[in-house]
Each structure stands twice: as structure tokens, then as C-alpha cells.
Design a protein. Structure first.
Length: 221
């Protein structure tokens, strides 16, 4: 149900792709679709810039639209059949510049990176919120985990207890639905960030109606 429902909402190709090493999202390599595809030398330079272990890709849809912005985050961890960092970047760029719709992109990642049907086949395990590309430096708020009942007031209270996330000039907020957090499934850790904010002047402000809507949609699948 996840893939079907999301494909009906995310109807355009992603407009931005970014790569991060070892969860250092503040240092992400951000590539808008408007830019020419990076050549082999640029990919090689990025890989060799400094030593790292974990490589992460994020596909971003509607990056300038607070009402329709989605971010798919996939970790190239030890449970992926593909373990070559350079090939991982090339494959992600292939599908990014191919103007692929959501379902095709998911199937491509499943086949060429993970090695089997996997993405969005299992329930959400936890949900947190933070500021995009400042995720760990600001620090996320844990909103819900598997086994808990969803309580809107509890979630709202947790966000309101973090005014640095509730309202910020750093970047837009992301409501992050996480899968395979504990590694119980035979596949990588990944997640989807959904719309959860609006722009007011120079600030991004958490939109509690969007939080409630997406919590209900994603946790009811």
C-alpha cells in the first residue's frame, strides 16, 4: 500500500539529489537537476576527498514547495547487495537524470542497489523531526516508535518543547518516517521525509496540521 499511495501523491521526478558521508548531512554534495550531470572526475574527487565508511543518498521532490516536498533517504549499508561507493553514485545519478517517477525509482533501487523487492514493504518503525541538512547538529526530536499509540497532543508537545526546531531560519523541517531502524529486516535502513512546515518571512515554521495528516497516513499503512 505504501508504494501505491505515495506514487499517487509524488507524481513528478525528483528535482534534487544529494549524497552524504557518515551522516554528515551538513556537508552533503547537493546536485539540482538544473545542473549538468557530474562527470567521472567529480564523482572520483568526491569519493576520495576524505576517508569514510557509510554513504547515503537522498532524492528530493519539489524542493522549493513546503506543501509537497518529499525526501527519500537510503543508506548504503552492509545489507545492500551493492557495496561499491562509486557504482552507487553512478547508479543513483542514472535514475535521477532519467526523469523517473516514484515507483520506477523505487524499483530501480530495489533491483540494482538492494538486490530484491524491499523498500516500503514493511511498517514504519519510528518517526522523528529535525531541520534538513542540520539533522544531527541541531538534533532530532523523537516523536513516535513502533508499539506506541499515536497521540497528537503528545507529538505536538514534544515539538513545542524544542523551539529551535519548531521555528528556524536554518532550513526547512522534515518529518522523518524511518524503516528498519533496528536492522530486523534483510535490507538497509531508509526513510521518507514528508511535508511538515510552512514559510513565514525568513522562518520555516512547523505546520501541525501537516504533521497530523502525515502521521495518520503513514502509520495507518
Amino acid at each position: 500500500m505504501f508504494k501505491k499511495n505515495l506514487s499517487q501523491t509524488i507524481t513528478s521526478p525528483p528535482d534534487t539529489i544529494q549524497f552524504a558521508k557518515d551522516r554528515k548531512f551538513e556537508e552533503s554534495w547537493i546536485i539540482p537537476r538544473s545542473e549538468i550531470r557530474p562527470n567521472d572526475d567529480k564523482v572520483e574527487a568526491y569519493i576520495n576527498k576524505e576517508p569514510f565508511e557509510l554513504l547515503i543518498v537522498e532524492f528530493i521532490w519539489n524542493s522549493a514547495d513546503d506543501n509537497n516536498r518529499f525526501v527519500l533517504t537510503v543508506f548504503l549499508d552492509k545489507k545492500c547487495i551493492l557495496q561499491d561507493h562509486k557504482k552507487f553514485i553512478f547508479l543513483c545519478l542514472d535514475i535521477f537524470y532519467h526523469d523517473s517517477v516514484f515507483t520506477d525509482l523505487i524499483e530501480f533501487i530495489d533491483k540494482h542497489i538492494i538486490g530484491k523487492p524491499y523498500l516500503f514493504l514493511h511498517p514504519v518503525e519510528s518517526v522523528n523531526i529535525s531541520i534538513f541538512n542540520h539533522w544531527l547538529s541541531v538534533g532530532p526530536v523523537e516523536l513516535w516508535k513502533k508499539g506506541e499509540l499515536y497521540d497528537k497532543q503528545v507529538v505536538d508537545n514534544k515539538i513545542q518543547a524544542r523551539p529551535d526546531i519548531e521555528k528556524t531560519t536554518l532550513n526547512y523541517q522534515g518529518l522523518f518516517f524511518r524503516f528498519n531502524v533496528n536492522g530486523n529486516y534483510d535490507g538497509p535502513y531508509f526513510g521518507l521525509k514528508t511535508p511538515c512546515c510552512r514559510k513565514e518571512g525568513s522562518y520555516w515554521v512547523v505546520d501541525y496540521k501537516k504533521i497530523e495528516y502525515w502521521m495518520k497516513v503513514m502509520l495507518n499503512n
